[in-house]
Design a protein around this ligand. Structure first.
Ligand SMILES: Cc1cc2nc3c(=O)[nH]c(=O)nc-3n(C[C@H](O)[C@H](O)[C@H](O)COP(=O)(O)OP(=O)(O)OC[C@H]3O[C@@H](n4cnc5c(N)ncnc54)[C@H](O)[C@@H]3O)c2cc1C
Length: 413
């Protein structure tokens, strides 16, 4: 006889049925919720993690510095939706320090050399320094990218934001959809929610790996989900906090590239506060950040040694002061709500920015009741924060258009 405690099944039926269920509380899902709220559309959002933001992750150092372990940059020239939103939300930003020079380390036993970055982004010894050449005019939010998530989420009614609920199955009920959600944290709780329409604001491969669709999706849609890699899913990012920006004392912006085969961090940059013409004066604390050069398997095998290896590499670049920082490390490959098994299998091939915005992922399914979102569904800015906002704008247009009358043939079971 089984002694297992029966699972709690909470069933929510009309009139609690929201017009739109949004699954995924990253920038795409939150930007969509924000615009539906402004248009008085009834919505509810379900997020698998116990926090909002998705790939946006900002941690505080012991001194209270905001350290971005997910996205930190936006580029106003190529990301107009991001630039506009930052302005509309009145978020303070700083330019990413970039004087056009980079510390270049191509020998594991040698010393770094100062190189200039040319107009094609290549490092050239002795060339003229072109400010902005390395980071392309990138800006950061002063309090970290978390500020964007907070500014989108804080005006929303808290009762509509359901954290810690992962979508496991979605069923088309003909005139509604039924969502089977699993509580996070191993509680075993499940929940059934009905809504008129559902938006999956998730990386397409994560939707394919974590959600059971009933009826099954058409083959071309499944193929499109699987053919869409999740941008940065297998990346790992480090941020190291220090008492002061000692690299500026020795004339560096903090920008460095390590290109030898034993590199631990590939790209290093300043991630601390930057204040006006006298950088960081009077600010308690500073930080360097970087992307790990090691592949997923090496990171896992060397997990325990990573802090020491990162310290040692920063020491080689910036001297002994760099060897005793406070390390914050995020390996996105370990995050099932970001990195799907297909992303892991493809990790060795990850590199150039994929082409995003597969047409098969932007057409509504199930008579308009099922829509896909997430940055990777956007043709403009796909994979980036810009893509998340563009996908949210497309979804808002689709959701505020009337549903097709039954039998008019938009359903694609
Ligand atoms: C290390 C790193 C650095 C980056 N740097 C930059 C940068 O500098 N500039 C830039 O523009 N972009 C950058 N990006 C990309 C940027 O973070 C993404 O484009 C953006 O955050 C995507 O937002 P999204 O809402 O589409 O997806 P996500 O942020 O992935 O949100 C999806 C949400 O869905 C949730 N979820 C997943 N499955 C389920 C489920 N079954 N049920 C319920 N919820 C679920 C997830 O928990 C997550 O919260 C970076 C990404 C990383 C990882």
């Amino acid at each position: 006889m089984s002694t297992a405690t029966p699972k709690l099944v909470r069933v929510e039926r009309p009139p609690a049925m929201p017009e739109v269920a949004i699954v995924g509380g990253g920038v795409c899902g939150l930007a969509l919720a924000h615009s539906l709220q402004a248009r008085q559309v009834d919505w509810a959002l379900f997020e698998a993690r116990d926090r909002l933001g998705g790939r946006v992750l900002t941690q505080a150092s012991q001194r209270g510095l905001a350290l971005d372990l997910g996205p930190s940059w936006f580029w106003p020239d190529t990301q107009p939706s991001m630039a506009r939103l930052v302005e509309d939300l009145d978020l303070a930003w700083v330019d990413q320090p970039d004087d056009g020079r980079v510390l270049w380390l191509d020998d594991p036993h040698g010393a770094p050399r100062v190189m200039a970055v040319d107009g094609m982004g290549r490092a050239v010894e002795g060339g003229p320094a072109r400010p902005g050449a390395l980071h392309g005019g990138a800006r950061r939010l002063s309090g970290g990218m978390r500020g964007l998530v907070d500014a989108l989420a804080s005006p929303l009614p808290a009762a509509r934001l359901h954290r810690g609920w992962a979508l496991q199955r979605v069923l088309d009920g003909g005139d509604h959809v039924a969502l089977h959600l699993q509580g996070a944290g191993g509680s075993g709780d499940t929940r059934l929610v009905q809504a008129r329409r559902v938006v999956l604001a998730l990386p397409p491969r994560v939707a394919d790996a974590t959600v059971d669709f009933q009826p099954g999706l058409p083959r071309p849609v499944v193929d499109a989900l699987r053919a869409t890699p999740t941008w940065m899913a297998t990346a790992a990012k480090a941020a190291v906090a220090y008492g002061r920006p000692f690299w500026r004392d020795i004339g560096h912006t903090g920008n460095a590239c390590v290109v030898h085969p034993q590199a631990v961090l590939a790209e290093v940059f300043d991630v601390g506060p930057v204040l006006g013409p006298s950088p960081a004066q009077g600010v308690a604390g500073a930080a360097l950040g970087g992307f790990l050069a090691l592949g997923v398997a090496s990171r896992r095998a060397m997990k325990a040694s990573l802090p020491m290896l990162i310290d040692s590499q920063l020491g080689m670049l910036f001297g002994p002061d760099a060897s005793d920082g406070e390390l914050h490390l995020q390996d996105w490959a370990d995050e099932r709500w970001t990195c799907s098994p297909m992303d892991l299998a493809d990790a060795a091939r990850a590199g150039a920015h994929p082409v995003y915005g597969h047409a098969g992922l932007t057409e509504p399914l199930w008579g308009g009741r099922l829509l896909f979102g997430g940055s990777e569904t956007a043709a403009r800015g796909g994979g980036y924060l810009e893509g998340a906002l563009n996908a949210a704008a497309r979804l808002r247009r689709q959701l505020t258009a009337p549903l097709p009358a039954p039998g008019l043939g938009t359903s694609a079971h």
